[in-house]
Structure formats: structure tokens, C-alpha cells
Design a protein around this ligand. Sequence first.
Ligand SMILES: NC(=O)c1ccc[n+]([C@@H]2O[C@H](COP(=O)([O-])OP(=O)(O)OC[C@H]3O[C@@H](n4cnc5c(N)ncnc54)[C@H](OP(=O)(O)O)[C@@H]3O)[C@@H](O)[C@H]2O)c1
Length: 308
Amino acid sequence: MNESILITGANIGLGKETARQLALKQETKKIILFCRNPAKAEEAKKDLEEKTGKKIFEIVIGDVSDANSVRKAVEKIKGPIDAVVLNAGGMVGKTAAQITPSGMNNLAATNILGHVVLVDELLKQDKLKKVVLFISAEAVPGVKPLGMKPVSMKTSSVDEFAAVLDGSFFGKKFDVTQAYGYVKYVGTMWTLSMARKYPKLKFIVVSPGNTKGTQAPNNLPPPMRFMLKYVMMPIVFPLMGEMVHTLEVGAKRFCDGISDERYKSGVFYASKEDKLSGDMVDQSTFFTDLKNTTFQDNANEAIHHFIN
Ligand SMILES: NC(=O)c1ccc[n+]([C@@H]2O[C@H](COP(=O)([O-])OP(=O)(O)OC[C@H]3O[C@@H](n4cnc5c(N)ncnc54)[C@H](OP(=O)(O)O)[C@@H]3O)[C@@H](O)[C@H]2O)c1
């Protein structure tokens, strides 16, 4: 029973829809919309109140690509939080390769840095009670029919994970569509490492699957955005079977991840092998690097090289 839930990136897309679905559960008493833009956050809060008839939404402003912004935000969080949904992120857009003051590129900082700081600070202040959900993607195990190769690292050492985070792993040509899977992999391995470090809490990873109706396609390079919006989503994916679903279905995966006891701590759940929709399964059954506890801890250590 999660009474209080914090969701990052909750003003739009999957984060906002997750807030809507959770608000309709009887046990939910408080939902914190953790957003970077106050005007967008207020608009989302108003819309969620209208749609759910509930006045249980609070706003906390913070930028997950900036560790200090997140630290300041945590000071404003009153009382314990049962569940945290680390949702903000995606492919970020044109600034993905830019190096942030932390030393991580913006893609990694947005998807990982602030989320790790948020969890570390909540734990330090004893404000986190039950569940942490990290949002990953099928880009990690890859999707063969779409030519998406699985993440493949040479040594999975601390240095190699750090190279993904500062971008040097990708050499001179930074392709955000490739880097995205590697960044989500580092965040996934951090979560699995934390699951072993904090056995009394549930640390779980879920991919929403290929979800329509979010802002995500707008962050893709223009030719790819066009292909996805006008060819793949409406024509190709529906023909392939179990390749695309609605916003409601994508967000329900997050709600199930934090509330349903079938989904266990220390596991990355996403679509069946080479699928992007349908039932969620344990990804380590076919992407076995996820089981390697040394790799998991190396990812955790590498991330903390960028956090003072
Ligand atoms: N859509 C899919 O098919 C899909 C598939 C696999 C995984 N995912 C993952 O699901 C999550 C949600 O994606 P989505 O499709 O719902 O994306 P979206 O519609 O683009 O929403 C992203 C949210 O993250 C927020 N955000 C971005 N950078 C931020 C920052 N630095 N600080 C605070 N908030 C920030 C955005 O806020 P602003 O409005 O202020 O920009 C927005 O609220 C992401 O982690 C994504 O990688 C999505």
C-alpha cells in the first residue's frame, strides 16, 4: 500500500498518466509532482485535479540533470514518501551530448544523476519508506526485428561505465539513439545494485514499452521523428504485433511495478524478447549481464564518481 508517491517528470507523458492512475487508487493520499518548470507543473496539477476529482497533488520543483537543484528540492519534501518513480528523462534532444557541470553528458545526467542524488538524499534523511522504481527501456536488451542491437560492453568495469556517463565510450560520433540504451543500462544496473544494498526496500526497474501519446518523439533527430510519427507508429508497429500500446497501458506498467507483489525487487521487467508491448517479463532471462552483481556494483560506483 503506497500512500505517498513522488514522480519525477510528472507534468506530461507517462509521468503525468501514472499520477492520474495512482490518484484513482483508494490508498493514495499524496502525490508529489517533481517537475523542473513551475508553470507546466501548475497546469498539470490543475488538469489532474479536474480529471481525478482528488486534491492530493503537491508540486516540488527540481531539475534532475542538476545535483544541487535536486538537493534543494529534497529539503522541501515534508514527511515520508512510500514510493518514488524515477521517470523524468528520455533522449533529451539536441543537448544530449553536452557535458554538464557534474562531468556527465546531459543524456546521462537527465536520466540518472538527479535520480541517484534524490534517492541518496531521501535515504540519508530517512524519508524513503518502501519502493524505488527506475524507468528503463527495451533499448537495453535490444529489439532484433527493428535492428536495435543489445547493449554490449567490453569489461563492464567502473571505468567503462564512467565512460558511458561522460560520453567518451562513444568516441567522436555521439549517436543519441545508441547512447540512450547504454545510459538506461547504467541506471538499471545501479537500481539492481541498490536492491542488494537495501534488502528491506523494493528497488525495481520497469520499461513502459513503446508508448503512444508522449512527448518523447519530439526529442529525436528530425528524419527519425518523422518516420516514427507517420510511418512506424501508425502503420508498421501495429502490423508486427505486440510492438506499441497506449499511454494508459504504458503507465499501468509503472503502477503495477510499485504496487503489485508479483513484481520483485532486484528485477528489470519489460516486454518479452524482441517485443515492445504485451506482458512484462524478467529481462535477465535473455539478457544475462543483468545478473552480474559485480557489473551492478561497478555501475553504482561509476555514477558516484560524478557526485560530490
Ligand atoms: N515513450 C516511450 O515509448 C518510452 C519507451 C521507453 C522508455 N521511456 C522512458 O519513460 C520515461 C518518460 O518518457 P515519456 O515518453 O513520458 O517522455 P516525455 O513525454 O518527453 O516526458 C518527459 C518528462 O521528463 C521531464 N524532464 C525532462 N528533463 C528533465 C529534467 N532535467 N528535470 C526534470 N524533469 C525533466 C519533462 O519535463 P518538461 O516538460 O519540462 O520537458 C517531462 O515531464 C523516460 O524516462 C523515457 O526514457 C519512454
